[in-house]
Design a protein around this ligand. Structure first.
Ligand code: NAD
Ligand code: LMR
Length: 314
């Protein structure tokens, strides 16, 4: 049988969706379908065509189409959900919960109908609660519903550490645990520059400042943009996750994963280190935490649970 290209659908053709479609295509991970609501069909088709016309210049053989018809997403290998509203200055991600939960339910029904075997990556905020909503609505096994926050939060942390030390971003590693909110938990003990623990390289007050900036990293961009939220780094993060699945890379990266007892929590989607490969979340890595880290994680989990309590019940 002929080998076919992979198919990646991106639901929501706004800032993050369109940027993700382009980045995924630029890595030749497969053919890309960008879908938005019928009222946005023209702009969605226009963005996709514009991207497609960049492919000869870039030397890329990925087809890219824009649509509002879910039939075009049929048999996707990976579906990325970015549909929904984004916050504006003065809002928290949690303010988006009821609107976006409704959108998640509607979108998930269609995604599952046309791609019953796909892997779903959820970006829409509040991301932990939205990933949970998609999981419940899809009926998929937990390894096939994955949320994005940790790659982005860790990327922000790595950026700030690299700036602080004037070192290559490539050599900085880190992990951010917990919910995608202002009380996320950057794990300093597991962060390093070229293998050297950060605590040996950066004074405590500077580390604390970097942790604080990382926690508020989304808000920093929202404040600067004035009308929307970050999309380049989020799209790059989604692209890394799509690549990990499509190429079965078995990357050790933080994702929003469903916990069934890991870290002491049940029936909850929250950010933890995972192995992401050809079967989605193949493993959750349980790190030993100090009492302080456990307390910080508990506080972050509490925030996620309070957002989940606001999820519509029907
Ligand atoms: N988890 C993260 O790290 C992270 C990072 C960035 C953005 N986000 C979130 O991702 C979401 C999208 O952000 P954005 O900047 O792309 O916003 P955006 O407003 O630019 O795009 C959202 C798009 O979704 C579309 N949409 C709305 N309802 C839809 C539906 N039912 N079906 C299909 N499409 C629909 C809109 O028409 C719009 O084009 C927001 O909720 C934002 O907060 C999360
Ligand atoms: O901050 C936001 O609202 C968007 C996203 O979650 C981010 O962290 O950039």
């Amino acid at each position: 049988m002929a080998i076919k290209r992979r198919k990646i659908s991106v639901i929501g053709g706004g800032f993050t969706g369109a940027t993700t479609a382009l980045m995924v295509a630029q890595k030749e991970l497969g053919d890309v379908v960008l879908l938005d609501i019928p009222q946005m069909e023209g702009p969605t088709k226009g963005k996709a065509l514009d991207m497609l016309e960049s492919t000869p210049v870039a030397g890329i053989d990925s087809n890219i189409i824009g649509t509002s018809n879910y039939e075009d997403t049929k048999d996707s290998d990976v579906v990325v959900i970015t549909a929904g509203i984004a916050r504006k200055p003065g809002m928290s991600r949690d303010d988006l919960v009821s609107t976006n939960a409704g959108i998640m339910k509607a979108v998930t029904k269609e995604v599952v109908k046309y791609s019953p075997n796909c892997y779903i990556i959820v970006l829409t905020n509040p991301a932990d609660a939205m990933t949970y909503t998609v999981f419940k609505e899809s009926g998929f096994p937990k390894n096939r519903v994955i949320g994005q926050s940790g790659v982005l939060d860790t990327a922000r942390f790595r950026t700030f550490v690299a700036q602080e030390l004037n070192l290559s971003v490539e050599d900085i590693t880190g992990f951010v645990l917990g919910g995608h909110g202002d009380d996320m938990v950057p794990l300093i003990r597991y962060s390093a520059a070229g293998g050297v623990p950060l605590e040996k390289l950066i004074p405590k007050d500077r580390i604390d400042a970097i942790v604080e900036r990382t926690r508020k990293g989304g808000g920093e961009i929202v404040g600067l943009l004035g009308n929307g939220s970050a999309y380049y780094a989020p799209a790059a993060s989604l692209t890394q996750m799509v690549e990990a699945i499509i190429k079965d890379k078995k990357r050790v990266i933080p994702t929003i994963a469903y916990l069934e007892g890991e870290y002491g929590y049940e029936d909850l989607y929250v950010g933890v280190p995972t192995i992401l490969g050809g079967d989605g979340i193949e493993k959750i890595i349980e790190l030993d935490l100090t009492d302080d880290e456990k307390t910080a994680l508990a506080k972050s989990v509490e925030s996620v649970r309070s957002v989940m309590a606001a999820l519509p019940t029907t």
